[in-house]
Design a protein. Structure first.
Lengths: 275, 337
């Protein structure tokens, strides 16, 4: 999920003409704050462990790192979207190679990523609640386990919670905390499933790259390209998309507990000064 | 009494000291120690859920170490069956037979940690058939690596049907990281599973048995010490270059030294790793391997101290061991008792 994404998540706006697709995140190092600013460092609870989840961590995970499986499963259990964990693992393999602090936008050659987050911020700040670190988000690019574009990451949950969305006062580097990235991924997944026509799992990845491709762009060369690449990714990771025991044919959001509950289940509470 | 492993060197004493000491004569203490070690092992290899669900009480044995091994191996087997086969049935059968033969021979020689055999002496030749071709069932592990320098060994005495030109070497003590190289995030031995045959289970059985006092005492600790020193010599410079972990303001995603282990803050140990002249070493592999050495020497320390209470044949084996350190320790504890 990179450019032109999180459009629906941002509530109302679309970002036209931003059809650029995933490349692997470039760096495992954390981002340095823009010069002259002092961003707070937030450290959430550690990664969940096997004992923190109930779901099966052995079947149909392929090469998903063993110590990240509980996080994917916790996203699935908290969002109550069965099958979400393994699909998000396949997404993460493409977006970050499972590097939780991957970032697109911190390298000199990644000006385009910074341009995209700048555009996302500029085009949508008027119709979304203000971000405390909006300028930093605009300059950030995208990153984290799921390759989230910084402004949209921070606006996660706005359609449901408005100005009470939980990340509005957080710095963009919060996406390097896997629990926060997982929260945003769960919300975006639910939005895709409920707001767009999603015919199959590959469509979800298309929406992850750019939801516009699920509408007017459906059937385009880019649409086909993203689908094909996702199917290759899943195969490479070793996740069988046809295994309906672990990934239902249609993901069901009817038990979605709401953004606040998903936030509480995955992230818990942010430091008081950021709420 | 205090059992001193400095006969093998101060570094070996330090390796044992990485783990808390325990008293084998205390069933509760022993059960607690083994449970924790199996939980850590299972977490690294991905069968923590199965272990948590496994029954702890084994009616046929009163020995907590053995009971924990049985529970751990049963849990591992369940996890293997839930996963996808990593090798063909024909390869798995050959692997299984080879590991069984090598483990039996290695244990008898006191060299179970690293087993070596002329593959052409095995009934299968360590070869399996696939697509009309005869292929090696294991990787020929002769390049310089983290467990030993390059070693081509004596060539097979007979001609190999699948091209073996070196001995077959497996480091069962650090299963599933059984080769001196290929120390990625998933040990090669984890793929040793087919629909019907589980060579991986036999690999972990070797690990489990080395944790049990009787097999531990029969293992020549000098072999383990030599491999440990080689591993440390080639990893210490890489580890020393990492920042030390300090509670307070850790950086997400960064790989740290924490105690003697590696730690990634808010990231995956399977993704992080060390890169040196001997190749890539995944952080999870490093931690697991280091712990296997620590466990071996910690069990050795406890087993020697408890020797007078162990079975007669185990005591005799210790007293007549080819390892002069063990002979000396056995005499000392016998005198003290």
């Amino acid at each position: 999920m990179r450019r032109g994404i999180w459009i629906a998540l941002g509530a109302t706006a679309g970002v036209g003409g931003m059809l650029v697709f995933s490349k692997r995140a470039s760096a495992a190092s954390t981002v340095s704050p823009p010069s002259g600013t002092s961003l707070p460092t937030i450290d959430l609870a550690p990664l969940p462990r096997a004992g923190d989840v109930k779901g099966d961590l052995s079947t149909n995970w392929g090469n998903t790192p063993v110590d990240l499986r509980p996080l994917f499963m916790l996203i699935e259990e908290t969002s109550r979207i069965k099958g979400a964990g393994r699909l998000l693992s396949a997404f993460a393999s493409r977006e970050s190679s499972y590097v939780t602090t991957a970032q697109n936008g911190n390298a000199a050659a990644e000006q385009d990523e910074r341009d995209d987050s700048r555009t996302a911020y500029t085009n949508n700040k008027g119709r979304n609640p203000p971000l405390r670190y909006g300028e930093e988000a605009a300059a950030f690019g995208s990153g984290g386990l799921f390759g989230q574009l910084a402004p949209y990451f921070l606006w996660t949950g706005v359609p449901e919670l408005g100005k009470n969305a939980p990340l509005l006062d957080a710095p963009p580097s919060l996406m390097f905390q896997p629990r926060a990235a997982g929260f945003a991924a769960a919300v975006y997944l639910q939005r895709l499933l409920t707001q767009y026509r999603v015919d199959d799992h590959a469509d979800l990845k298309v929406g992850w790259a750019n939801p516009g491709l699920l509408g007017k762009g459906r059937g385009s060369a880019k649409y086909q390209e993203v689908r094909a690449r996702f199917l290759e990714d899943a195969k490479k990771v070793g996740i069988d998309l046809a295994d309906t025991a672990t990934i239902p044919t249609k993901l069901d959001t009817s038990a979605w507990p709401g953004v606040a509950a998903v936030f509480a289940g995955l992230v818990g509470e942010l430091p008081r000064e950021l709420v | 009494m205090t059992v001193d492993l400095r006969c093998y060197g101060d570094d070996i004493q330090a390796a044992a000291a990485m783990l808390p000491d325990f008293e084998l004569r205390s069933p509760a203490e022993t059960a607690s120690w083994y449970l924790r070690e199996w939980q850590i092992l299972a977490e690294a290899l991905g069968f923590a859920q199965q272990l948590a669900a496994a029954p702890r009480a084994v009616p046929t044995t009163a020995d907590p170490a053995t009971a924990m091994s049985l529970a751990g191996l049963a849990a591992f087997e369940r996890a293997l069956r839930a996963g996808r086969p990593g090798v063909s049935e024909s390869q798995a059968r050959v692997q299984s037979a080879a590991i069984e033969a090598m483990a039996a021979g290695g244990a008898a020689r006191g060299e179970l940690w690293r087993v070596t055999i002329d593959p052409t002496t095995l009934p299968t030749g360590a070869c399996f058939a696939e697509g009309g071709r005869s292929l090696r069932a294991f990787y020929p592990d002769t390049a310089p690596g983290y467990f030993r320098d390059g070693w081509s060994g004596p060539p097979p005495r007979a001609e190999s049907a699948c091209g073996w030109e070196t001995p077959l070497v497996l480091h069962l003590g650090t299963f599933p990281w059984v080769y001196s190289s290929r120390l990625g995030d998933v040990g090669p031995g984890m793929r040793w599973t087919s629909t019907a045959t589980q060579p991986a289970l036999e690999g972990l059985q070797a690990v489990a048995s080395l944790m049990e006092p009787a097999t531990n005492l029969r293992q020549d600790a000098r072999q383990v010490a030599a491999i440990y020193r080689h591993f440390i010599a080639h990893t210490a410079p890489l580890v020393a270059a990492l920042p030390g972990f300090e509670a307070g303001r850790p950086v997400a995603g960064r790989l740290y030294r924490r105690g003697r282990y590696l730690y990634v803050h808010q990231g995956s140990l399977h993704v992080a790793g060390l890169d040196g002249p001997r190749g890539h070493l995944a952080a999870t592999a490093y931690n697991y391997i280091l712990r296997r050495f620590a466990v071996f020497f910690a069990v050795r320390r406890a087993a020697v101290r408890a020797l007078p209470g162990l079975a007669g044949d185990v005591q005799r084996a210790a007293r007549s061991s080819a390892d002069p350190c063990l002979r000396q320790q056995a005499e000392e504890v016998t005198r003290a008792s």
